[in-house]
Write a protein that binds this ligand. Sequence first.
Ligand SMILES: Nc1ncnc2c1ncn2[C@@H]1O[C@H](COP(=O)(O)OP(=O)(O)OP(=O)(O)O)[C@@H](O)[C@H]1O
Length: 756
Amino acid sequence: MKNHPDYLEEEERLRFTKAYMDSVIAAQETDQETLKKRQESTVASLDFKDSSLKYQDMLNHANFMQMSREQLKNLKRLRKKPYFARINYQRKEKAEEEIFYIGKVSLFDRETQQPIILDWRSPLANVYYEGRLGEVSYEAHGETYEGHVSLKRQYSIEGGELLDFQDIDITTKDDLLQSSLSQNADHRLTEIVSTIQEEQNRVIRADLRKPIIVQGAAGSGKTTIALHRVSYFLYTLKDIFHPYEMLILAPNRLFIDYMKEILPELGVDQSRSTTFADFVQLVTEHGFDVQTQHETLMNALETQENQKVLNIAELKGSPQFENILERYIYEIKKEFIVEDDFMVAGFRIVNGKRIKQMFLEDYAYLPYYKRKEKIRQILMSDMRRKKKVMLDKMKKRYDDELDKAMYGIKDPDKRKRRVSFLLDQKESKLKEIETESKKGVRTYMKKFPNRSLNSYFKRLYQEDDTFYHAFEKVSERERESIRKHSLHQIRKKKVDAEDLATVLYLQAVLYGVEKDYKAKKVVIDEAQDYSYMEFVSLKRSLNTELFTIVGDLAQGIYRYRGLKHWQSLIDHVFKAPNYLTLQKTYRTTIDIMSVANQILSYMEDDLPQAEPVVRRGEKPSFHSLKDDANWGKRLYHQYTQLKEEGFKSFVIVGKTLHECYTIYNELEPHFSQDIQVIDDHEDMEKNKAVILPVYLSKGLEFDCVFLVGLDDQYHQNELDMKLLYVAMTRPLHRLYFWGESHSTFLLDLVNPETIN
Ligand SMILES: Nc1ncnc2c1ncn2[C@@H]1O[C@H](COP(=O)(O)OP(=O)(O)OP(=O)(O)O)[C@@H](O)[C@H]1O
């Protein structure tokens, strides 16, 4: 690097950038006098060349910059690595080439507004990620700008020191990517702004006003890229969009913790991240105990006779179920159509037809109970307005009668009786108007339904008429099976995970979602596990099209309830979404991916093979447990050796939770405190080896993965192959199979030369 003609220039640039940052930081933190002194000494210590005057000027201006606390914190963090790349760019209409340094956050010269560092999310930075050298264009504020890129340079800067830099062109392979992929992981996702690849950049920057669906191979960066897209979204639309309006849905708590590490780095930590089940509980307050999809899956794996339960789950998540709910909702709607005139003390206050029209037309955009509330308010206000008229009319009617009696009845006794009768009548009629008008609205509103969400949910299965009408199009066998199962759950105050879509859907149609819980943009990771009904209910309740959906059908272990293909979302749920694929995979080595790809080829989905980026490692190896009572000790030995080699994160994967505990019992004496089993509720502790059931390992990654099969074997069926594929695609570096025989892991289907 030191022989490079630009070396001194690069060194100087880095020193200047850090000095500028120091000035800005000092300006925010110290008083003006100290600041001046400090600045003088900074300037004196810098060995500027041609640009010295300009730099000096810029430094002098740095103290005028006003920053928020958050920006200041970022700036301090970024001082260690202010930028990671540079481009030499010449705008079409300009004679001179400009140099832009690209980093995680932008920094501008206060006086000239020229960028000292360009934010990676800015429109111009796109030309760094997209395409190669030469003619380029980028879009900003709806306009296209053309220009020419003559240089792209990557920097490796650590602790504020320039370690290396290199230029990228068509022939060089991306060294920065290679070195970042060969690092060891310690249970956390990192930001990848300096090595985002072209196909990933396309996902990050795809039209922000449209929904986007991404099918990406295991390890292709879906989670990472989805979060970078969030960051890009919040940056681009920062003036109109608050991070809180962003909802990130992840499969489980473990995953959210894992993801959270990356969020502050990307500046998206103020977004909400939760699971679908927690979101539904928050929005609807249903309070049912939920049987999770993991429990259903585990039951299915551990006992053979659970096909019925899986079929029920499938129906509850299917497009057919939307029709069932719509039939039910149509019946509910009929109960809200009230056509009686609103009468008080014999006066008609509001015509029944008008009330019906309010419900069906005027307020059709509102949920049913909100419409009911609007009608109540209108009746109240009409009542208040008309009460005086009613009183006046009534008074006048009796006053006329009284006049007639006073002047028309000659006999004094008769007249007295009549007048007194009329006065009594008048008083009681006026009183009647007073009291009736007070309770009139309340009495009238009783004509409308008044039920809780939970009672609507239960009624669907409990009431004969309702149930048979809604499920009319379902075969008798399926109908009886779903009813029996659901009633059984209801009696235990339980619902299936698949019922949550129904609960949310009913909430949306009947009551709506509170403003505070609404989100304008939704990101769904591991989207292959969501059912059609879950997408529909989310869209309906949040009333937005802005979804970023990422998933991999090959990892669809909840396929019985999840999506079978993306087409149903494209055709029926979202309006013209962008559909993109990520085929390259960055997590693991060619050697591991080659074995995983062989399992993939046996699946029904017909998905293309994942293409690993060029990184070689060791072949996955098989270790026999046959007749070996000491395998736990051997595995522990291998584990300690790998630790000594520098690997940091380890996972032992069992097919089921039950199997995980059996493995734990074998390994615990050797690992002592150094190992833990993770179930849905456990947090992962750093520096410990973990034992995970496959379904919980989905989405996570570890340096080394041990797949252990004691009692449970993987069979050549769709579910088992998917579970196996998920487990095999978790490692960054090493994969070991520990089992009875090759067939425990379907390795008899695999080319023997690809394993040790
Ligand atoms: N452009 C990149 N530069 C460096 N590392 C990358 C890049 N893209 C992805 N990675 C790394 O690859 C690994 C896999 O990424 P991620 O977990 O986001 O993939 P995924 O598609 O969600 O995987 P899976 O579906 O298997 O859960 C992570 O370690 C991530 O940091």
